[in-house]
Design a protein around this ligand. Structure first.
Ligand code: G
Ligand code: G
Ligand code: MN
Length: 540
């Protein structure tokens, strides 16, 4: 992306950076609140359902026990048994005997018969239910009676719905889903409109927002029982305020931090040309050399010069600053500085090995500018090197720039410089151009070397690149060699040179000189004498 739109883009990003965390925090607060209220509603409903199911189970167990005893109803032994089952069942007020809708005796003894009238409903399991009966003249609310096979259980319906909730406005009700009117067995609340008492399928709780309430319904898998719990929507709003109180400041803080970071980066970017000019003036650029070895002998025969920038704050990577320098048209300043440094280093290297070759990376802009020819000539004159000691590395992209570049490379080659194509295979490769280009060496990109001895889909590509280079009579340097099997493979396929962490990372000049010295012994000796040394270089 060109420079100016990129700054505009940064502003858009900055704006989004401020708004997004705030919107996100509101959204989060809303989601958290609804989720919390849903969970609470479900907890209430399940709590009530559990109590009601427990009551039903106790009724069933007591009823079976009494039926099995086969005692004459309301006989002294029968009343004794009723008292026993009453004491064993925590949800009972009392147990009793019933016939023709009339309560005849209870666990408290024989009483005057109490007529209950017709049952309010009969459940799927055949239990007759009588609601809100004022059974005896003692204080307390009305009771429910459940009856089956002459056995009756008297229950305080408020017991099931007496669960503690987050506020007084939570409405709860137990109802019988199979009954035509879904009659309420028990309830707390004033509202409880009839549309809340809708039968839902067994086993799948449902939660919906209706009538200003979050309405949760659950249904028993075993019994003919459903529960509805309704929490006022107002509680959700209160909760959102509560969450927002925490989330929004965090969102604002994140937004502010992001906006600051973006504006800082934008400022750094817009002041980049100034920074770069200052770095050139202060000689903040330096060079590291990555050794190039001959695979057969493992001799260091050359090195690639890689530029580094030690800024006031930190070391900046070339991946970052080279494209920026290219964008703002200042790459030639960096190239010039690299050439100056290499000029200074070459005499020392040539003293150790007169055939040593240093590769310099060139950008597309350098290769359109005929001053580059002059600058390279200056390198030779000042350092005393020959053109065979200097290799010009250009990326595929640079090669495809047009007639000036082709002409310039042609001229460099005529003058005896080595020309290599860098990162081959990763750019907009136009294979047909390879033949017509003024080219000596192809650098096989790390991406292809990585696939050697793997079964990835591209692992065959490296062989084709090698074959092609052979048929075009190009020299090859494999890049990014990280282990011995890769080195072996390349050697066996006729690649003569390589660089990569297996042989050495980019290093300062004095370390490079050491490496040259170590490997300057006869090849056989080198090969067996120094694997330990080589391995110590293979850190990852
Ligand atoms: O080794 P390193 O991570 O520094 O290399 C990162 C990239 O920067 C490589 O693709 C390399 O081609 C590029 N590079 C390194 N030094 C120079 C240089 O002096 N000029 C140019 N144009 N590119 C360079
Ligand atoms: O694109 P060019 O080849 O100029 O860049 C070389 C880049 O590759 C640098 O970033 C350098 O640090 C990196 N490099 C060199 N050798 C290896 C290697 O063996 N493995 C990996 N992963 N990176 C390497
Ligand atoms: Mn390179």
């Amino acid at each position: 992306m060109p420079y100016k739109p990129r700054v505009a883009f940064a502003f858009v990003i900055g704006f989004v950076a401020i708004c997004a965390p705030i919107l996100a925090s509101i959204y989060l607060a809303w989601r958290e609140s609804v989720a919390t209220e849903k969970t609470l509603g479900l907890t209430y409903a399940q709590d009530v359902l559990h109590r009601t199911e427990e009551t039903a189970s106790q009724f069933q167990a007591a009823q079976q026990k009494v039926a099995q005893a086969r005692l004459p109803p309301c006989s002294p032994q029968d009343v004794k048994l009723l008292r026993e089952v009453d004491l064993g069942s925590s949800f009972f007020k009392a147990a009793g005997r019933i016939a023709n809708n009339t309560l005849l005796c209870t666990s408290q003894g024989v009483i005057n018969p109490i007529s209950l009238g017709e049952p309010d409903l009969v459940t799927e399991q055949g239990i007759a239910e009588y609601f809100n009966k004022q059974l005896w003249p003692q204080p307390g609310h009305a009771l429910n009676v459940y009856a089956s096979d002459g056995f009756a259980m008297i229950v305080d319906p408020q017991l099931a719905v007496d669960v503690s909730t987050e506020g007084p406005d939570v409405e709860l009700a137990v109802f019988v889903p199979s009954a035509p009117d879904h009659d309420r067995v028990a309830a707390v609340g004033q509202k409880l409109p009839s549309n809340w008492f809708e039968a839902i399928p067994k086993g799948a709780p449902s939660t919906v927002l209706e009538d200003g309430y979050l309405v949760t319904r659950v249904r028993s898998a075993k019994w003919d029982i459903s529960v509805v719990a309704a929490t006022p929507q107002r509680y959700i709003i209160q909760r959102i305020r509560h969450f927002a109180f925490f989330f929004i400041p965090v969102g604002v803080l994140c937004g502010a931090l992001l906006a600051w970071a973006v504006s800082y980066l934008t400022r750094v970017r817009s002041s980049f040309p100034t920074m770069l000019r200052r770095a050139v003036r202060d000689k903040a650029f330096y060079v590291e050399y990555q050794p190039v070895v001959e695979l057969q002998s493992r001799r260091v025969i050359g090195a690639e010069a890689l530029v580094r920038w030690s800024s006031r704050f930190a070391d900046i990577r070339p991946d970052y600053f080279i494209p920026l320098a290219e964008d703002c048209g200042l790459i030639h300043l960096i190239t010039k500085q690299v050439m100056e440094i290499v000029t200074g280093d070459l005499p020392r290297l040539l003293k150790m090995d007169p055939d040593f070759k240093v590769a310099i990376n060139m950008s597309a802009a350098d290769l359109r500018d005929f001053a580059t020819i002059e600058a390279l000539g200056e390198v030779l004159r000042t350092s005393g090197a020959g053109p065979n000691n200097v290799e010009v590395e250009a990326t595929e992209r640079a090669f495809l720039q047009g007639p000036e570049t082709a002409e310039l490379l042609e001229e460099l080659r005529r003058r005896g410089f080595t020309i290599s194509i860098d990162d081959f295979g990763t750019g907009y490769s136009s294979l047909s151009c390879l033949q017509s280009l003024a080219l000596d060496t192809l650098k096989i990109d790390r991406a292809f070397v990585e696939t050697i001895n793997t079964d990835g889909a591209t692992s065959q590509v490296v062989k084709h690149i090698i074959d092609m280079a052979h048929s075009l009579h190009l020299e090859m340097i494999a890049e990014g060699v990280e282990n011995e099997p890769q080195a072996r493979f390349l050697l066996n396929h006729g690649v003569r040179f390589a660089q990569g962490w297996h042989f050495g990372r980019p290093m300062p000049l004095h370390r490079l000189c050491e490496q040259i010295r170590i490997h300057a012994i006869p090849p056989e000796a080198t090969f067996s004498a120094s694997p330990g040394r080589r391995h110590s270089e293979t850190r990852r």
